[in-house]
Design a binder for this molecule. Sequence first.
Ligand SMILES: Cc1cc2nc3c(=O)[nH]c(=O)nc-3n(C[C@H](O)[C@H](O)[C@H](O)COP(=O)(O)OP(=O)(O)OC[C@H]3O[C@@H](n4cnc5c(N)ncnc54)[C@H](O)[C@@H]3O)c2cc1C
Length: 382
Amino acid sequence: MKVKILGAGPAGLYLAALLKQDNPSHEIEIFEKNPRHATWGFGVVFSDRALEFLKADDQALYDYLTPHLETWPEITVVHNDHHIPIAGNGFSSIGRLELLTLMFAYVEKLDVKINFDIDIKSLADLGSADLIVGSNGAFSWLRDENQQKFGTTVDWRPNRFIWYGTTKPFNSLTLTFRETDAGVFCAHHYRYRPDRSTFLVEVDEQTWHRAGFEKMSEQDTIKYCEKVFANDLEGHPIITNHSHWRQFPAIWNERWSYDNIVLIGDALRTAHFSIGSGTRLAMEDAVALFKALKAHNNDVAAALPYFQEIRLPPMKKIWDAANVSIRWYEEMGHLVKDLTPVEFAYSYMTRTGRVSHQEVKKRDPQLALAYEKLHPDVLQSQ
Ligand SMILES: Cc1cc2nc3c(=O)[nH]c(=O)nc-3n(C[C@H](O)[C@H](O)[C@H](O)COP(=O)(O)OP(=O)(O)OC[C@H]3O[C@@H](n4cnc5c(N)ncnc54)[C@H](O)[C@@H]3O)c2cc1C
């Protein structure tokens, strides 16, 4: 089978690896607009649960990646100066560039050709293939130019975020919320290598305007954020890498393929970074597409609808949870003000509706108990 893959992110790379491992006679080519060593951002996280899925699906890749991961057993929620560690929430992280570099080596060893530095702008540029895979990320032109066929919706959320890094190595995945005169600031931060952490700052729209970020220079923006999070950064600087304020596009497609063209990864759907599942979902799409092709003996016309059929239910659950999580962050201005630190941490844990009181109790009995003291009625609702 001749396969052309647009975009060398986790989705496209992993699909190439799975197909080629299974059948070395497949002709697979990947086209990536960036040079080999370029990437945006800092580190990405996987929850323990996401890694369990990878382990179940692909022990070899799991064994290959895990030595490169930073891991920790808990999340910390910081409500102004109150630190609340929440047990039972293991996470791992890795630099995005390191993950991609490892994946490049993994697929190249399997004899997949990755063409770097090629900005493919049309299907004609790609040439003919039995299967064309659109794994070119959230801003996929392939999807945008065929919105009618895919039934695309893009819901631009109002919060603003900026993906920074810092030299401070944080000890756990931490969500820090700080009240300022302009409004509440949130930082999502975690170590992804011994001397670096991701430091993503998020604010609601009103706070963003009140702080004056619209007209602020890059350096002044950094200084402003360093001041807000001075107690957390403890003198470490914020560092940038093509960092700029963005809004999150919640993307969905009703139809995932047409003819021999299929979307996977962020091109297919985005899941808000607050649930730390974007990379996992992208890789799971690749697994499902591979399984669908295999089930139909690489008959692309039969496999593509089957891919959507088997992948939709598990993926939709996480996508729905991500969208509820987005809205929780959009309400953080009220939540930080109205809730005590314990209530706030509890609200964070249960925000998507997928974690019940029983589950909080299982993961962190101390937090559950502290919450029960404030809200004894929670025991009746179990
Ligand atoms: C701020 C932020 C924080 C995030 N944090 C996390 C996190 O903590 N954990 C997590 O799991 N996920 C996180 N994600 C999401 C994660 O990065 C993505 O979900 C994941 O990378 C999706 O993989 P992908 O392969 O679908 O797309 P991408 O990783 O976006 O890869 C797409 C590739 O296609 C290439 N491409 C685009 N256009 C073209 C073209 N015309 N020609 C050739 N190549 C092209 C791009 O250069 C890119 O390399 C975050 C995302 C953002 C924006």
